[in-house]
Write a protein that binds this ligand. Structure first.
Ligand code: C2E
Ligand code: CA
Ligand code: CA
Ligand code: CA
Length: 276
């Protein structure tokens, strides 16, 4: 009946409008947050099988004026719908490069690398490469200590253009890691063409491997792929000694997860590093 249909449509429209309104408000607040310096970076250590720290991953947080620390799962997807992702990404890059510069003075930190997440939209922004070059030059850091992470799913569209961009950036000395590997749809043919040094195995595989035999075999195959491709393999979300030992047995060479350390503020990280 037509009246019911109209009422239903009106209700759907009201819900939709409320949603869009909320998103726009979040977008406005986020723009202000970037200008006000509310974007903070936490750092999570990455280690080798023998426990030695090789570097850290930079993870964005939003220090909201209300006092809460907001997770990137809340604001990165909103930022990705506008050019805000480029502003946030650049802010994270700046902080990470400043950190690398601060580390370059001490023997126990000068070799450490920082991995920074890059969104596909941000990568394809024409300002990205010039901004990246400028940030590196301003900080005066060795670009080989900077690693950029792109999620495997970013390769599902626009593959050729993305691969070209990645190659151009590699010539600056920066290395690439493929994030959340195993959850995207990149073909092995694409993988071979990528200027990628490291596969980051999604924590889903790591966590399921303990209980599911098929997941465990899959994990082994993913590590084998990394070896065939001459890439290193980093397992994400390692929470237990059993997971770590299983992964070491399979030939995985890098690890990240709560077993070793949680993401930490800059000052906590420096303390943690002196204790290592
Ligand atoms: P990601 O890049 O896959 O980062 C790893 C996430 O796993 C982080 O969540 C980290 O805190 C969490 N994690 C690490 N070890 C463990 C563990 O042992 N167990 C479990 N359950 N979780 C673990 P976080 O910091 O909340 O970041 C979530 C996502 O937000 C990131 O996933 C990344 O996709 C995105 N993100 C964070 N910072 C940035 C950024 O600066 N730029 C962009 N584009 N995305 C970012
Ligand atoms: Ca990442
Ligand atoms: Ca990941
Ligand atoms: Ca992720």
């Amino acid at each position: 009946n037509i009246l019911v249909a109209i009422a239903l449509l009106a209700a759907i429209f009201r819900i939709y409008r409320a949603d869009v309104g909320k998103r726009l408000q979040l977008e406005r607040e986020l723009g202000r947050a970037v200008r006000n310096g509310e974007i903070e970076v936490m750092y999570q250590p990455q280690v080798r099988g023998d426990g030695a720290v090789t570097g850290v991953e930079a993870l964005a947080r939003w220090r909201h004026p209300s006092g809460t620390l907001l997770s990137p799962d809340v604001f990165i997807p909103v930022a990705e719908e506008s050019t805000l992702i480029s502003d946030i990404g650049l802010e994270v890059l700046r902080q990470a490069c400043d950190k690398l510069e601060a580390w370059s003075g001490a023997a126990h930190t000068r070799h450490l690398r920082i991995a920074v997440n890059v969104s596909p939209m941000q990568l394809m922004d024409e300002h990205f490469t010039p901004s990246l070059t400028a940030v590196i030059r301003q900080a005066g850091i060795d670009p080989t200590l900077l690693e950029l992470e792109l999620t495997e799913s970013a390769l599902s569209t626009n593959t050729a253009a993305i691969v070209d961009k990645m190659r151009a950036i590699e010539t600056l000395g920066i290395t690439w890691a493929l994030d959340d590997f195993g959850t995207g749809y990149s073909s092995l043919a694409t993988l071979r063409q990528l200027p990628v040094r490291k596969l980051k195995i999604d924590r889903q595989f790591v966590q399921e491997a303990a209980t599911q035999d098929s997941a465990q075999r899959l994990l082994g195959k993913i590590i084998e792929i990394s070896q065939v491709m001459h890439m290193s393999a980093l397992a994400e979300g390692v929470e237990t000694v059993a997971q770590r030992d299983l992964l070491i047995g399979m030939g995985c060479d890098h690890f990240q997860g709560y077993l070793f350390a949680r993401p930490m503020s800059e000052s906590m990280l420096d303390e943690w590093l002196t204790r290592q």
